[in-house]
Ligand binder design. Structure first.
Ligand code: FES
Length: 103
């Protein structure tokens, strides 16, 4: 599937995302060397993978850990999600995201 990610300089990257590798959006960004730290290793505990959802995709519900992290994090908007909590599935084809500023 294809996922578009706008980096912090405003450059849009169209990434090929595999649905069969149990990868999430944070890992995808790192694989393509986008500036996403993923400091906590995908445990919903650092918010370095925060992104804004620009397209109208139906995404999985937030779990309590993600909700709690986004309550505390900086630069949170209504469309914020943690990339590490979004597994890459067929449903995400055409998804458009923007990386949140580093906090
Ligand atoms: Fe730390 Fe996503 S990688 S919250």
């Amino acid at each position: 599937i294809k996922i578009k990610i706008k980096d912090r300089e405003g450059v849009v990257h169209e990434l090929d995302a595999p649905t069969d590798m149990a990868m999430n959006i944070m890992e995808l960004c790192k694989a393509y060397e986008l500036p996403v730290e993923g400091t906590c290793g995908g445990m919903a505990m650092c918010a370095s993978c925060q992104c804004y959802v620009l397209s109208e995709h139906q995404l999985p519900e937030m779990g309590p850990d993600e909700e709690a992290m986004l309550f505390e994090a900086f630069h949170v908007k209504d469309n914020s999600r943690l990339g590490c909590q979004l597994p890459i599935t067929e449903d995400l084809d055409g998804l458009e995201l923007e990386l949140a500023p580093e906090s």
